[in-house]
Design a protein around this ligand. Structure first.
Ligand SMILES: C[S@@+](CC[C@H](N)C(=O)[O-])C[C@H]1O[C@@H](n2cnc3c(N)ncnc32)[C@H](O)[C@@H]1O
Length: 226
């Protein structure tokens, strides 16, 4: 998936992944992270997800990363927030939008996730990954998982994936099974499956799909491995 793919999806309004309600699996299990109020949650490949507004309403700071600027602008417009716009100090191609919701700061980077550093993103207490890992094809996912580990400095991750027979449909969303989750994350994290539920994909309602929620906590010796 190159940037043009996502630019044209947003440009043409082909954003079936965007939901008008807060993700039920966020509502149900996010407390498993036991985050303190004021914690900072990183939302990779954020789109204009209203899950970010919900996180702010729960008392968390939010930092999102999204390639397409119109998605970032739409998020703030739909939340009735007038953001301030900041330029990256060293990279003129990268900027971030910042605004307040429920007294929490929401920072949305307009950037390729691979172009940012942990220093850019700042402190991260947890990662919320919905439709991010599974938006990427197989050959990008190991690199993505490593980038997420670097950007979050081994913070816990809450990841929602879909698992289905990939031969029946092209992604995105791509199918990611539990072996692949192990492959991408087991070197650095203890992996717990919090839930799995049957679901459907809008573009292929006939396919059997299971949605999984994963909780990743840094393995004790992860600092030695990094
Ligand atoms: C499937 S959508 C999911 C959006 C959001 N997480 C949600 O739940 O609605 C994936 C998003 O990632 C963005 N994206 C794709 N590749 C990216 C990259 N390399 N860096 C940052 N954002 C990216 C796309 O523009 C798109 O908005």
């Amino acid at each position: 998936m190159n940037p043009e793919f996502w630019q044209s999806r947003w440009g043409e309004g082909r954003i079936g992944f965007h939901k008008s309600e807060v993700n039920p699996l966020l509502l149900k299990y996010f407390t498993a992270l036991q985050l303190k109020k004021g914690s900072r949650v990183l939302v990779p490949l954020s789109g204009k997800s209203i899950d970010m507004a919900w996180l702010a309403q729960q008392g968390y700071e939010v930092v999102g990363i999204e390639l397409v600027e119109s998605a970032v602008q739409a998020f703030f417009a739909e939340q009735n927030i007038s953001p301030t716009i900041h330029q990256h100090a060293d990279n003129p191609a990268v900027k971030y939008y910042q605004g307040q919701l429920a007294k929490q700061t929401i920072t949305l980077w307009v950037a390729d996730i691979f172009a940012l550093t942990a220093e850019d993103v700042g402190n991260v207490d947890a990662v919320y990954d919905r439709a991010a890992l599974i938006a990427l094809p197989t050959d990008m996912r190991l690199r993505y998982s490593e980038q997420m580990r670097q950007l979050s400095n081994n913070a816990p991750q809450y990841i929602i994936t879909l698992n289905y027979d990939q031969s029946k449909k092209d992604g995105p969303p791509f199918s990611v099974n539990s072996d692949q989750i192990q492959q991408y994350y087991c070197n650095y994290y203890q992996i717990t499956e919090l839930a799995n539920e049957h679901t459907t994909i809008r573009s292929a309602p006939e396919i059997t799909v299971t949605e999984h929620v994963w909780l990743l906590n840094a393995a004790n010796d992860s600092s030695e491995l990094s």
